[in-house]
Design a protein around this ligand. Structure first.
Ligand code: PMP
Length: 399
């Protein structure tokens, strides 16, 4: 038959969700998904999103196509959110920005643009480990993916010296992917001081920084604080590009709202870059969907809704931070002899527990607690109702 030679691919990450669904135990826990849950374990639609969506629907806009680069009121506001309201690059009209199919689409447009136009290298350095999809996105874009050291499994912390050494050893002008905040999967971010040093090394080596900011606001609860690396690189005069996602910080997962931008040297350069972004996007999907972008634009541009949204982002971040503390406390109360301080020092949606694949397997098979084999658990899936049983399960498999 026609597809006789198409090999069966391996099961995707969704295998976890399938195993979870197939489990009949009442108190099963799913910590695999990277999506926020409320304290009842339910998906959460932000009240600001509900209000914005109602405004969008009530305004009875037409359903005409957006331009190739999307809804301008959205992309303008997205740039301000990332680069800051006093951004020099925005003031001087140096940012080429396009709406994208969430963060993944932004990374892909970036990968494609760099593969076509970046003159110095086809190599992109990503951290070890990194979000599982980075490798595939950049490889399919035509870039060569190389790794730099990031995670130190002995300290369950950042291998800063290894990272700097690898960035120094990379050929001059390499592309370097940086998680702007809430590194996925480790939850380990460089400190501001370390970011300054990274900026210096990247500058010395004339590398090209590519920021992936999928969690702005989700790490600290403060969208300005989480944007520090992007804004620091901006103020240091770097030229870089940026992928933004509104999946997590607005809970717009399935609406696929994101943006890709290139911080250029001048308004004239930006114009040329922008024209090539359009040439690249047009044969991919012509133009992006409008509904989610309209919701995000409403939230970003309406001062009252914006304030409400910022509080709701902080609410999500705070719940995650308090679940970290509660999990650690429960483990300590059980008498665990392990040092669990990394659970509270890590940041964002995930905790990288340091548990082995065997332990994760036991957690699933014997305790109905599901997460990825690398020991990553989604803290967003922990609730006041399940934390005790979770801690007991972790204690049993690690004790
Ligand atoms: N980058 C990172 C680091 C992520 O964790 C994610 C989401 N898991 C994304 C990008 C992209 O997500 P989305 O396409 O849903 O915005």
């Amino acid at each position: 038959s026609t597809w006789a030679n198409v090999p069966q691919g391996p099961p995707a990450i969704l295998g976890i969700t399938e195993a979870f669904k197939a489990d009949n135990f009442q108190e099963k826990i799913n910590l695999g998904v990277g999506a926020y849950r409320d304290d009842k374990g339910k998906p959460y639609v932000l009240p600001s999103v509900r209000t914005a969506e109602k405004k969008v629907v009530d305004s009875a806009l037409d359903k005409e196509y957006a331009g190739i680069t999307g809804v301008p009121s959205f992309t303008k506001a997205a740039a301000v959110l990332a680069y800051g309201s006093s951004s020099d690059a925005i003031k001087n009209d140096r940012i080429a920005i396009t709406q994208s199919i969430s963060g993944t689409g932004a990374l892909r447009i970036g990968g494609e643009f760099l593969a076509r136009h970046y003159p110095s290298s086809k190599k992109i350095y990503i951290p070890t480990p990194s979000w599982a999809n980075h490798n595939a996105v950049f490889k399919d874009s035509g870039l060569e993916v190389v790794k730099y050291r990031y995670y130190n499994k002995d300290t369950i912390g950042l291998d800063f010296d290894g990272m700097v050494e690898d960035l120094k050893a990379a050929p001059e002008g390499s592309i370097v992917l940086l998680h702007a905040c809430a590194h996925n999967p480790t939850g380990i971010d460089p400190s501001e001081q370390q970011w300054r040093q990274i900026s210096n090394v990247v500058k010395e080596k004339k590398h090209y920084p590519f920021f992936d900011m999928a969690y702005q606001g989700f790490a600290s609860g403060d969208t300005n604080k989480d944007a520090f690396p992007v804004r620091h690189f901006q103020s240091e005069g770097h030229h870089f590009c940026l992928a933004q996602s509104f999946a997590k910080n607005m809970g717009l997962y399935g609406e696929r709202v994101g943006a890709f931008s290139i911080c250029c040297e001048s308004a004239e350069e930006k114009k040329r870059v922008d024209s090539q972004v359009k040439i690249l996007v047009r044969p991919l999907y012509s133009n992006p969907p409008v509904h989610g972008a309209r919701i995000a634009a409403e939230i970003l541009n309406n001062p009252e809704l914006n304030q409400q949204w910022l509080e709701e982002v902080k609410g999500m971040a705070d719940r995650i931070i308090s679940m970290r503390a509660l999990l650690k406390k429960n483990l300590e109360d059980l008498g665990s002899k392990h040092d669990w301080s990394h659970i509270t020092s890590q940041i964002g949606m995930f905790a990288y527990t340091g548990m082995t694949p065997e332990q994760m397997d036991k957690l699933a098979k014997e305790h109905s607690v599901y997460a990825t084999k690398d020991g990553r658990i989604s803290v967003a899936g922990i609730t006041t109702g399940n934390v005790k049983r979770l801690a007991e399960s972790i204690h049993k498999v690690t004790g």
